[in-house]
Design a protein around this ligand. Structure first.
Ligand code: AR6
Length: 166
């Protein structure tokens, strides 16, 4: 049986098989959780990301975790919130699903997500949390390797939103 957990913390300290990075389509780093992950993983991450030549919104790419405790980093650009009529919901679900597919492909048992798109990208938190939990739950019904998905929330409001959605 697989499960979903919601905790408060810093995803760069997650000691498991994979963490997900809320990246942008260049995959060349940025602020927020992306910046924190790049700082903690070290400059080799930048070099590894450069090779992808970017990534479309909702898709995902995997690298080593380099200096992080996690074995892998899965990078996914979530959608920029633009009012809700530009496929934002579907693109956010794609980010979660495609990240989980990669985690399965690499036989990950433990995976951690940040709250994708709800920082700089402005996605409404309650709406994002519902999409995240629904998509993860649906995916776990057919997962062979993933045992635990942990939502690592940086602040109390985010943590509460994911706890409500769960
Ligand atoms: N651990 C867990 N969550 C964190 C951490 C951390 N160390 N640091 C921040 N968060 P954001 P987005 C939370 O803005 O909205 C970047 O510049 C944060 O509080 O990081 O998907 C990228 O390069 C918020 O709840 O990601 C893109 O250009 C959540 O992570 C753009 O931002 C996501 O906030 C992506 O924007």
């Amino acid at each position: 049986m697989s499960e979903i957990r919601v905790i408060r913390g810093d995803i760069t300290t997650f000691d498991g098989d994979a963490i997900v990075n809320a990246a942008n389509t260049t995959l060349m780093g940025g602020g927020g959780v992306d910046g924190a992950i790049h700082r903690a993983a070290g400059p080799a991450l930048y070099a590894a990301c450069e090779k992808f030549g970017g990534c479309p919104t909702g898709e995902a790419r995997l690298t080593s975790g380099f200096n992080l405790p996690a074995k892998y980093i899965i990078h996914t650009p979530g959608p920029i919130w633009n009012g809700g009529n530009y496929d934002e919901d579907m693109l956010l679900a794609n980010s979660y699903r495609n990240s989980l597919e990669l985690a399965e492909e690499y036989h990950c048992r433990t995976v951690a997500f940040p709250s994708i798109s709800t920082g700089v990208y402005g996605f409404p938190i309650d709406r994002a949390a519902k999409i995240a939990i629904t998509t993860i739950r649906e995916f776990l019904q057919m997962a062979n390797y993933i045992e635990t998905v942990t939502m690592v929330c940086f602040d109390p409001t985010t943590e509460q939103a994911y706890k409500n959605a769960l």
